[in-house]
Design a protein. Structure first.
Ligand code: ADP
Ligand code: MG
Length: 655
């Protein structure tokens, strides 16, 4: 527009002007050119857009060239017209219903003729100004947030000079105001919680100035006049310029004195409680130990008293008989009688000793006498042995049997002892079911364990009885009980490296479980008892003790034998003398009322050389086996042992 405004006289000049025109349009400013008479000579599009004037307004006076300016520009125009530039005056313009802020510059112009003119250049700074205002507002907001923070915030420059401090930070050292990191360090005298004093270069702010970000470092610092200390948690960040050079650091400190004190208190309290718990536990353990010792001593006392009682019971008749023996030494019948009494009393004592012994010898077997026993077969054997006695024992009602026997329930051990244990359990179950009930026997085997459970629907046990049931001589059956059954069971289980457990509900019944380590089958012994497999024998049984005699007779008959039983030496001799009396086996007690069983053995051997002869004795068997007899059984006689011996080879028949 410049070209048309100034007119063109020459083609070259014209193209020059066209270039100037293009230049005017290219500058990002509103531009207007006024001639020597201060009349509008040329404009660019930005100017026209700003003022709303169009190209037809050429020649308009400079004083009317800014119709929408919201400030009077007369003064500035005059100054410029007078030859002095006026630079960067902020002038608001009314613009299409909005306001624009323009930085206006008026520059005096001279041409070759010296004629004066004025150039107006206006830069629209509305956006920039808005931004500046926004920024100022944000900074003000940040500053107030800064001051309201409970943490103290300090900004230092790269040399450690304080640049900014918030209100919290200011009051920490009032009335002094540390101007540098060094001053701050001198006032704070920071130390670690362990008491190590920090050098100034170790201060978190100093480290931040070396580029480190410090997080949650706890320090003890001085406050106020210096006798007060506070614990602070420090966080710092380095501040970078656009070239990633450290330009300063910001340090935020939080006062955690109270929190630390509380934590310390909680820790102390927790430690105190822990100590208390430990002390109480120790006391409790000591008490438990004392209680266990009391129980052990009570059990030992009970054991000693029981043994003493039984020993006395055995000794009394022996002493009486010994006395009478002396008095009647001349009377052979009396001597034999007293000798027999002594033998019987001693046998009773020996039997008790054997049972107590089975409880006492709890140390595991060493394998010497071990064989492999199938518990299920053993159960069948015990049931067969005792069944004839069940109805007699269960006075009030019928005892039903339920068996659940697993195959291959193999245990390493002593068959006689395992049988004894099962016998005791069955006996107890029957005792508990005087009015009838159900006897259940279960066996089970896993890869590692073999178990047998004997349960009944009888009286059950109270908790106290259950706890003490394994103690030797503990019985609730008065004179009818020995209190040795479960003690034996316990000892036998232990000796077989197993365990015994009782479950019982009073009024409902009891279950006793024996668990053994599983054995292997290599030396499995055939069960002693096999019904129908053994030939029946004709047996003469000599036993004066009525219970013992009846038990053995029933047992032998239950195994299919024919039994003739007598009470004395005299009767036995009479039978042996009778040639019509057919006989395979003689079983005799040693302590007989009218003489020694050994005499009977000698007599029988002479009379009937092929007879199989066995003795039942409570005494240790004679050191050298009496050649006249084929087998010796110790009292109390294990039923299966008896049956096995009876079924044994008729050794003398071949002779
Ligand atoms: P005893 O049978 O001679 O009393 P034990 O050692 O066999 O001695 O048993 C001890 C006590 O345990 C018994 O007196 C009885 O109180 C209790 N007991 C044992 N087995 C049973 C059972 N199956 N049911 C109820 N009580 C039992
Ligand atoms: Mg018993």
């Amino acid at each position: 527009m410049l070209s048309s405004a100034l007119g063109s006289t020459h083609d070259d000049a014209g193209s020059e002007l066209a270039r100037l025109d293009a230049l005017l349009e290219a500058v990002p400013l509103a531009v207007a050119l006024f001639d020597g008479s201060l009349a509008l000579a040329a404009t660019n599009a930005r100017y026209r857009e700003l003022t709303g004037l169009d190209v037809s307004q050429v020649g308009r006076s400079i004083y009317d060239a800014f119709p929408n300016a919201l400030a009077d520009l007369t003064e500035q125009v005059d100054i410029a017209a007078g030859g002095v530039p006026v630079v960067s005056v902020r002038v608001p313009f009314q613009h299409r219903g909005g306001r624009r802020l323009v930085e206006a510059t008026f520059v005096p112009l001279t041409d070759v003729h010296g004629a004066r003119g004025v150039l107006f250049a206006g830069s629209d700074v509305t956006e920039r100004e808005d931004l500046r205002e926004d920024l100022a507002r944000s900074v003000a907001q940040l500053e107030s947030i800064f001051d309201v923070l409970p943490d103290s915030v300090r900004v230092v420059d790269a040399d450690g000079n304080t640049v900014r401090t918030n209100a919290q930070a200011l009051q920490e050292h009032a009335p002094s105001t540390p101007q540098t990191l060094r001053e701050l360090w001198q006032l704070d005298r920071p130390r670690t919680l362990a008491g190590t004093t920090l050098f100034v270069h170790e201060h978190p702010t100093a480290r931040a100035l070396r580029g480190e970000r410090v997080r949650g470092e706890t320090l003890e610092v001085r406050r106020g006049s210096g006798d007060v200390t506070a614990v602070v948690e420090v966080n710092t960040n380095p501040l970078y310029d656009p070239h990633r050079r450290v330009r300063g650091a910001v340090t935020v400190e939080r006062d955690v004195t109270e929190r630390t004190r509380l934590q310390q208190q909680v820790k102390t309290e927790a430690e105190r409680l822990e100590r208390m718990v430990q002390e109480r536990t120790r006391e409790l353990l000591a008490l438990q130990e004392a209680a266990a010792r009391d129980r052990r001593l009570a059990a030992v006392g009970q054991l000693a008293a029981g043994v003493m009682h039984d020993v006395n019971n055995a000794l009394n008749p022996i002493m009486a008989a010994a006395y009478l023996l002396e008095m009647n030494a001349e009377n052979p019948a009396a001597v034999r009688d007293y000798a027999a009494r002594i033998a019987r009393a001693a046998e009773t004592g020996a039997a008790t000793a054997a049972r107590v012994g089975r409880f006492i010898r709890q140390e595991p077997l060493l394998g010497a006498r071990e064989e492999t026993v199938d518990l299920s077969l053993m159960v069948e054997e015990v049931v067969a042995m005792t069944r004839p006695l069940w109805q007699e024992r269960a006075k009030g009602g019928v005892v039903k049997l339920e068996e659940s026997l697993a195959p291959r329930t193999l245990v390493k051990g002593i068959a006689g002892e395992l049988r004894e244990a099962l016998l005791n359990l069955v006996q107890n179950a029957l005792d508990a079911m005087a009015g009838g009930g159900t006897l259940r026997i279960r066996t089970a085997a896993t890869a590692s364990e073999v178990s047998v459970e004997v349960s009944d629907t009888g009286t059950g046990m109270s908790e106290e009885v259950r706890e003490r049931a394994f103690e030797p001589f503990f019985t609730t059956k008065g004179v009818h009980g020995t209190g040795l059954g479960l003690a034996e069971v316990y000892g036998i289980a232990r000796r077989h490296r197993g365990r015994a457990e009782i479950e019982s509900i009073p009024g409902e019944g009891t279950l006793v479980r024996l668990v053994f380590p599983a054995g292997t089958s290599d030396t499995t012994k055939r069960p002693a008892l096999q019904h129908g497999a053994r030939p029946p024998r004709r047996i003469l049984l000599v036993e004066d003790h009525v219970d013992s005699r009846e038990f053995m007779q029933q047992l032998l008959e239950s195994d299919g034998h024919h039994v003739h039983s007598v009470r004395s030496l005299e009767e036995a001799r009479a039978r042996l003398d009778d040639d019509t009396f057919d006989l395979d086996v003689l079983v005799t007690d040693i302590g007989l009322p009218d003489g020694s069983g050994w005499d009977l053995v000698a007599f029988a051997r002479k009379k009937r050389p092929s007879l199989r002869i066995g003795v039942v004795t409570g005494w240790e068997p004679r050191n050298e086996q009496d050649p006249a007899c084929d087998f010796t059984l110790r009292k109390p006689v294990g039923a299966a042992d008896l049956l096995e011996e009876i079924a044994g080879q008729q050794a003398r028949t071949q002779n």
